[in-house]
Design a protein around this ligand. Structure first.
Ligand code: AMP
Ligand code: MN
Ligand code: MN
Ligand code: MN
Length: 290
């Protein structure tokens, strides 16, 4: 069984989605921070997994297949992390493909929205920042606008242009919660609600989300993540204990200059949580299935 107190990072991004570091280099960064067990969780793609898995095996770091799926729920975009699924499961790959096709259309609309606001077209630059044009997202536009000198840093671009109500924000229909959970569970994986404090929901809606997530077989919530403040972490520790949900830890690393936490360096889980990795069989960590 995996011990509770090892260094685990179950949420990070590579150049396969909106990270700036390649899948193998992520493993190197993690090693420097004492990482022992990891999952690569790119947005809506599993393309980086084979490379990251090999690098992790070569470095004797435990590895789980991962993905972060975009979901529309209650007028908000949520992120679901899937862990330990079979990446060769046909429906998972084809459904992710559909989400990717829709990203390209959305990118054109985002560019049009920015131009209507008097900004230059940065679609081509944003595409260049996206290693895979099918995975183009808001972060690539943010990097392009910083490179053009329109803003000083990524956070400023999001605040001024890329969040709901702003000129470059395009409302988008992602997967439904039940669809995304079905894709993860049907391919043998475990589902984790990513950075729950980030969603702009009323307390009633947040409660309804957690109930629906659990009713649909949701397995865990992120408690310690680079996307949570200390207060958020304490709040979701309490919620995980009250609901009997397992707790996950992940850096949500994207870039050495943009991210709050490096690979393997998210705050440790607070006392009282039930770590999602406790009880996992050590000998099956590559491509672990539930
Ligand atoms: P997308 O999937 O294209 O909508 O992009 C979502 C990604 O944008 C997230 O995974 C983050 O990497 C980034 N992001 C979202 N909101 C913000 C924000 N307020 N500040 C900085 N980055 C953000
Ligand atoms: Mn991202
Ligand atoms: Mn996310
Ligand atoms: Mn993420």
């Amino acid at each position: 069984m995996v011990p509770q107190d090892i260094n685990v990072d179950l949420h990070m991004h590579s150049t396969a989605s909106d990270g700036v570091v390649g899948p193998c280099e992520l493993v190197e960064r993690g090693l420097a921070n004492g990482l022992q067990l990891m999952a690569l969780t790119d947005h809506d793609t599993i393309d980086g997994l084979a490379q990251a898995r090999q690098a992790a095996m070569d470095s004797r770091v435990g590895f789980l297949n991962g993905v972060e799926i975009s979901v529309s729920w209650g007028g908000e975009t949520l992120h679901l992390v899937g862990l330990g699924f079979d990446p060769s499961h046909g429906p998972l790959a084809s459904n992710l493909q559909q989400l990717q096709v829709s990203r390209r259309e959305r990118a054109k609309d985002m560019d049009a929205g920015l131009q209507a606001h008097g900004l230059p077209s940065v679609l081509n630059e944003a595409m260049a920042y996206a290693g895979n044009p099918n995975l183009i997202g808001r972060t690539h536009f943010a990097r392009a606008l910083v490179a053009r000198g329109v803003c000083h840093h990524i956070q400023e671009v999001f605040d001024r242009f890329l969040t709901p109500g702003k000129p470059g924000y395009v409302p988008h229909q992602w997967a439904s919660l039940s669809q995304a959970l079905g894709w993860i569970h049907d391919s043998g994986g475990l589902s984790v609600l990513a950075h729950p404090a980030r969603y702009k929901l009323t307390d009633t809606a947040r409660w309804a989300l957690l109930q629906e997530f659990m009713a649909l077989g949701g397995g865990a919530i992120e408690v310690s993540t680079g996307s949570h403040s200390h207060t958020d972490t304490q709040r979701y520790r309490q919620i995980s204990v009250e609901l009997g949900l397992k707790a996950s830890r992940g850096s949500d690393f994207h870039s050495p200059t943009e991210s709050r936490c490096d690979v393997g360096a998210a705050p440790v889980l607070p006392d009282g949580c039930d770590p999602v990795w406790s009880g996992w069989p050590v000998d099956k960590l590559c491509g672990l299935r539930w």
